[in-house]
Design a protein around this ligand. Structure first.
Ligand code: FES
Ligand SMILES: [Fe+2]
Length: 389
């Protein structure tokens, strides 16, 4: 159980909030790169409680800046993409990708007023077919070379999940909550086995749950009575690696989260594969009806692992009220994550880099134990569960 202050500390993502400042130390994916075209050169982006516009000018330069025009607040989503940047639809103030104002058409010809206007703009980069934003203090870190993101012996694809209408930390706590697999997902992982006791689900398959801190976050481990072992890392602060996918949970604001999967399909022969940066993209259909409904006025389908998880996360509430929860021993991974968050928030407050911030562009590939799981029975079983219809 947490106090309200502790709950706020872990969950609030806006500027100036402790978790918001921590999250601003990392690059975050904000959009699928190929969704931004000459025909659709602007896209609205809400991230970490800020409303932004992603745009592409006619020269192909891409920028991310505050959605509200600094003149009188009209949305730049409706701006015109031009040669030198984006022009606000209302009075034509023109901005480049750095947020510099280049023109204010209605001012006198000789006016230099535009030079006094600077709009909020964030650094952006294209990586793995996505645009990634960095919203923290300079100098910029680099994107970490997680094995699944950089290995050459396979192909990657992006899966965009339906918007999650709750706080990001509910999805992260789930990533260190191994006991729910055998209960919530029991019918999908049973694979034809008869479940003798649906209350216990497949819990009795598991000998023990363990958690340990590793170089990139928290590893959760299930040791089965059969001797098989499962390990899935939570890559701090907002990524789960599950079998061959990383699931990146990007907080839009305190009560909405955007989730991108980057999946890695290893080559059968283990040889390097040429793949362009524009990865194939799939958009998963909504897990609920109506698709923009909120608990209790939406009904989730329960026919996929991910749909079941979204049900659990959203019905915990827009921001789970942890002041009245009842944690038990199987929840110790959750306690570990909360302690890690507090520790890393304190580092940021002292001016230090939190866990997972990488600054050396030539750092070696970061091993998230992908190789073991891709080659073992865990990968094949997880893959079947993950792709269950
Ligand atoms: S509100 Fe954008 S130019 Fe006036
Ligand atoms: Fe789950």
């Amino acid at each position: 159980m947490l106090t309200q202050e502790e709950n706020d500390l872990l969950t609030r993502v806006g500027p100036g909030k402790p978790a918001g400042e921590l999250l601003r130390r990392y690059w975050h994916p904000v959009a699928v790169a190929k969704d931004l075209t000459d025909e659709n050169p602007t896209q609205f982006v809400r991230i970490l409680g800020e409303d932004l516009v992603l745009f592409r000018d006619k020269k192909g330069r891409v920028g991310l800046m505050g959605d509200r025009c600094p003149h009188r607040g009209a949305s730049l989503l409706y701006g015109r993409a031009e040669e030198r940047g984006i022009a606000c639809a209302y009075h034509g103030w023109l901005f480049d990708t750095e947020g510099d104002c280049l023109e204010t058409p209605a001012e006198p010809q000789e006016s230099k007023f535009c030079l006094t206007v600077k709009h909020k703009a964030y650094p952006l980069q294209k990586f793995l077919g996505l645009y990634w934003a960095y919203m923290g203090p300079k100098p910029l870190p680099v994107t970490p070379k997680y094995d699944l993101w950089v290995r050459k012996d396979g192909r990657r694809r992006i899966v965009v999940q339906p918007q999650l209408d709750c706080n990001w930390f509910q999805a992260m706590e789930n990533s260190v909550d191994p006991s729910h697999l055998q209960i919530l997902h029991q019918t999908l992982i049973a694979r034809g086995r008869t479940i003798a006791n649906t209350t216990r689900g497949l819990t009795d398959d598991v000998g023990k749950f363990e958690f340990y801190e590793f170089h990139s976050g928290i590893m959760k481990k299930r040791t089965y009575k059969s001797g098989a072992v499962d390990e899935h890392p939570l890559i701090f602060p907002n990524i789960l690696r599950q079998a061959n996918a990383t699931q990146i949970r990007v907080p839009m604001d305190n009560t909405h989260t955007r989730i991108f999967f980057i999946r890695f399909d290893p080559a059968e022969d283990g040889k390097p594969v040429e793949q362009k940066d524009d990865l194939p993209v799939e958009y998963t259909r909504s897990y609920k009806t109506p698709s923009d409904g909120l608990y209790p006025f939406a009904r989730f389908r329960m026919d996929e692992v991910q749909a079941q998880d979204h049900m659990a996360w959203e019905t915990q509430g827009p921001i789970s009220d942890r002041t009245c929860e009842r944690l038990a021993t199987a929840d110790r991974g959750i306690v570990m994550l909360r302690e890690m968050m507090k520790r890393e928030i304190e580092k940021v407050q002292k001016g230090l880099d939190p866990l997972g911030v990488v600054r050396n562009p030539d750092h070696p590939m970061i091993d998230t134990k992908l190789s073991e799981s891709l080659n073992g029975p865990e990968y094949r079983r997880d893959l079947r569960a993950m792709t269950a219809a």
